[in-house]
Design a protein around this ligand. Structure first.
Ligand SMILES: [Zn+2]
Ligand SMILES: [Zn+2]
Length: 253
């Protein structure tokens, strides 16, 4: 397999939001890396697989101080955290950032060479792929506010996919960043630290938000109607799966 030249692609989506992605990792593997520009500092939500240097390839990441935040600490979201001085995550997953292993980041179970269309560097081997330790320099939790000077993002703690999953909500714009709590694809609630009861509570909270645009951890962005449809599908599926065999419908059990 050839070695990629440019590893990262990026696109300005308006609202001071830039989507960055790893173009040669397949769409199920790579996450959406979100840069939100503020007056005083920028916010980077997630940092990708960590297979190439974000800062070396994307000079605009060094124009202002950057808060590098993890929506949660699975490998596809934290690989570039070590490149940034300010690193935030939820305390429930602190250990993964400070002492990542192939197991606790989920690399061992999820990464295969067929997921790449080009190599990040010569000699890349999936069996040796690891995340560089990058201990959090601070923690975020429910109700905290990330202040970019002229923009303010409220932290919502929304466990279910993982115990430390968070979303970021900008009330002034209606922008919602959801990480892997919800995206327009198959949701993962079967991981070793997933919790379906927590996930259902998190979905109810998301549904109550007057979100205009949702920028998720994977796949395309969507609007409030799609957000509601995705939530309702998930919740209906869980009701069916816990119904007794004789129940005729989700409503009857
Ligand atoms: Zn995840
Ligand atoms: Zn993910």
């Amino acid at each position: 397999m050839r070695v990629a030249e440019d590893w990262f692609a990026h696109r300005d989506l308006g609202d001071g939001v830039t989507l960055i992605w790893e173009r040669w990792a397949n769409s199920g593997l790579r996450c959406n890396i979100w840069l939100v520009q503020g007056r005083d500092r920028n916010l980077l939500i997630d940092s990708g697989l960590g297979l190439r240097s974000l800062r070396e390839e994307l000079a605009f990441l060094s124009e202002k101080p950057v808060i590098c935040l993890a929506s949660h600490n699975h490998f596809d979201h934290i690989g570039g955290h070590h490149e940034f001085e300010t690193r935030l995550c939820h305390r429930a997953e602190a250990e993964v950032l400070s002492a990542p292993t192939r197991d606790n980041t989920l690399i061992e179970n999820f990464v295969e060479l067929v997921m790449f269309e080009a190599l990040p560097y010569a000699g890349f081997a999936v069996a040796r792929y690891e995340i560089v330790p990058a201990p959090a320099t601070g923690f975020v939790d429910e109700g905290d506010v990330i202040d970019l000077g002229d923009r303010h993002f409220s932290v919502l703690h929304l466990p279910g996919h993982s115990p430390g999953s968070i979303a970021l909500w900008e009330q002034a714009s209606g922008l919602l960043f959801t990480g892997d709590v919800i995206y327009d694809g198959e949701l993962y609630d079967f991981l070793h630290h997933s919790s379906i009861p927590d996930y259902l509570e998190s979905m109810a909270r998301l549904r109550a938000l007057p979100a205009e645009t949702v920028h998720a951890g994977h796949y395309a962005s969507f609007d409030r109607a799609r957000l509601h449809a995705l939530i309702d599908d998930y919740v209906a599926g869980k009701r069916l799966s816990v119904c007794p065999a004789g129940a005729r419908s989700a409503e009857s059990c």
